[in-house]
Each structure stands twice: as C-alpha cells, then as structure tokens.
Ligand binder design. Structure first.
Ligand code: NAP
Length: 316
C-alpha cells in the first residue's frame, strides 16, 4: 500500500481562518459591523477553559470580536439563561457559544433550546439539529462540519460512498452522520451496543471515529483504501500529546487518506466556528439592510447609504 494522503487539518484551518479574516475585514469596511462571538463558560472544566481561550485568540486574529461570560460551577440555570436571553437580544452579538459541558445541575438541552437559531454558530441547539434533519438551512455543528470541509478541500468524493460513523453523540456522531447523508453517502452509525463492530467498520469507504477511546480502531478494522477521519482526543498516561481513536501508525499502512491527531480534525472546529460567526454577522447585516430598504424612510435614507455585504445572505 502507498503512503496515505495526510489530511492536514492545521494547514486547512489556517487557510479557512485567513479567508474568514479577509471577509470579516471587508464586512467591517463596508458596513462598520465587526462580527462578535460571545461564549458562556460555566464551571471550571480545564478543557473548556482552554478551548474558550483558544477561540478568543483565533477570533482576535480573524478580526472577530469575542466576549466571554464566565459563571461559577454553582451558578444557577436561571443565571445562565438570563445571560443567554441578554445575548439573544443584543444586536451587536452575532454568534453565541454555550460551552459544553455545563455543570451537571443545569439542564443543557433546556438552555440550548432558548438559543436564537440565527446566533447558534455552534450548531448544536435542538432547533438547528432539527433543521439539519429536515434538510433546511441551519448552522452546522462545528466539528462535523470541519470533517466534511476537510474532505471537500482535499477533493475526496463522498457521494455514493459507504460512510461508517462510530459514535452517536449529539455534538459529533449524529450531526456528522446527517451531514454525510446530506452529501449523499450511504451512512451506518455504530455505538457502544453495536455487535461485531469490526465487521461493519471494515465495510467503510469513509470511516469516522467519534468515540473517545484511545486507539480503539485497529488496522484490522479498516478496509484497504479507506479514508479515515479521527475526531478522538484522548489523554494517555506517559504520552506527551493526546492520541486519537485510531491506531494511527497501523492505519497508515491501509488507509488511502487519514487525519493525524493532533493536527487533523481538531483545528477545523475553531475554523468552522469563526466561519459560522462571520456568516451570522453577514446575515444580520443583510437583514438590517433589507429592513431599511423596505421601511417608509428608505427613500430618504437613499440607496447609496445602505451597503450590501455580498456575504452569507439570510441563513434562517
Ligand atoms: P461521547 O459523548 O462520550 O460519545 C461517545 C460515543 O462513542 C457514544 O455514542 C458511544 O456510544 C460511542 N462508544 C463508546 N464506546 C464505544 C465502543 N466500544 N464501540 C463503539 N462505540 C462506542 O463523546 P463525544 O463528545 O462525541 O466525543 C468523542 C471524541 O471526540 C472524544 O475523544 C472527544 O474529545 C472528541 N471530540 C473532538 C472534538 C474536536 O476535535 N474539536 C470535538 C468534539 C469531540 P453510546 O451512545 O452507545 O454510549
């Protein structure tokens, strides 16, 4: 078998971040609008704190404003939902991220169901997921969208392929399966109750590992020539960096294309979050412009003073 194509998520994400930065700069120049992403960070989960700090740095580099609303681990659900309502109503905020996981005493789906879908740039609120099921426009969950985008940028065909997704979480496995279906793959979803997992993964043209178990996908579970996408991030004692769900070295002997960990799927998540925030700001700007044009005062405002963004248009 030849060496597989390395699906370089770090380089691809860098390209996307540069594209977002250029478009954000153009939007600000044309309309004065600076896209803004707000994050609600409740509790003291170290991984969440790291992710939100990374997101703040990435926003700053892309010309996107970021605000973080921290809450103590014992914050009440009402405190969090009050903050979400304030952000929903604030026209200067275009995207909202409710960092997962919320503290256990807070009903996360109930909180997310209050999110304005036009600001759900993380794509995990129930209404966004429902719209995805219905085939309607909605923001797509960032990690699954990043996995699809990575394949698109490497021109790897999806239509007609058999995609096997191992894992069915609401933030990852399920939306990924739906996105693959939308791309006309034939999709099989596996989970912890799937018997004979290897028999199914061995049939995959596109194998997506979304489990959270270090190196559980071994060489014998992969069809020769398969595209292997590994979303897993696992701390392993004694290793200096996180490892994926796939035994990478062994998988490289059979796969035709593969994501490394780190540097594969991971960096794509923030890139998609930035892109969704830009789209939300472009859509908000387009809505404001069309409201101005249709208002009775519009002829007094004059066409020249209302700028089109040429951007994302109305998402919802
Ligand atoms: P999760 O909520 O724990 O879901 C794990 C899924 O794997 C569940 O659906 C579970 O099945 C399934 N599973 C567990 N053991 C299995 C087994 N032996 N065989 C087959 N399926 C099994 O985890 P998650 O939030 O989706 O995250 C999964 C991994 O992706 C983690 O390593 C996480 O760190 C990583 N992740 C990375 C990014 C990123 O790169 N930016 C983003 C999100 C997640 P059941 O449903 O039956 O329990």
């Amino acid at each position: 078998m030849t060496t597989p194509i390395l699906l370089d998520g770090a380089a691809t994400a860098k390209t996307i971040r540069a594209e977002v930065a250029a478009a954000a700069k153009a939007l600000t120049a044309q309309t004065g609008i600076v896209p803004v992403l707000a994050a609600i960070l409740a509790g003291n989960d170290p991984a969440s704190q790291t992710y939100v700090a990374m997101k703040e740095r990435a926003c700053a580099r892309a010309g996107i404003g970021s605000r973080t609303y921290p809450f103590a681990p014992d914050a009440s659900e009402a405190e969090v939902t009050d903050c979400l309502a304030m952000l929903n109503a604030d026209p200067s905020v275009h995207g909202i991220l409710v960092q997962h996981p919320l503290p256990k005493h807070i009903d996360e789906p109930a909180v997310l169901s209050l999110m304005d879908p036009a600001k759900d740039v993380d794509g995990i609120a129930p209404i966004s997921l429902g719209r995805l099921v219905a085939g309607l426009p909605a923001f797509q969950s960032c990690t699954p969208a990043g996995m699809i985008e990575l394949m698109r940028r490497y021109q790897l065909p999806i239509a007609g392929k058999h995609a096997v997704v191992v894992g069915r979480s609401v933030i990852l496995g399920k939306p990924l399966a739906l996105l693959l279906l939308q791309e006309n793959a034939t999709v099989t979803i596996c989970h912890s109750r799937t018997p004979n997992l290897a028999e199914i993964t061995k049939q995959a043209d596109i194998l997506c590992a979304c489990v959270g178990k270090a190196e559980m996908i071994t060489r014998d579970m992969i069809k020769p020539g398969a595209v292997v996408l590994d979303a897993g991030y696992n701390r392993v004692p004694g290793k200096t960096h996180d490892v994926g769900d796939v035994d990478y070295a062994a998988a490289c002997e059979v796969a035709s294309a593969i994501t490394p960990v780190p540097g594969g799927v991971g960096p794509m998540t923030i890139a998609m979050l930035l892109r969704n925030t830009l789209t939300a700001a472009q859509s908000a700007s387009a809505r404001t412009a069309s409201a101005l044009l249709s208002s009775p005062l519009s002829h007094e405002v004059g066409e020249g003073s209302v700028h089109s963004t040429g951007g994302g248009g109305d998402l919802l």
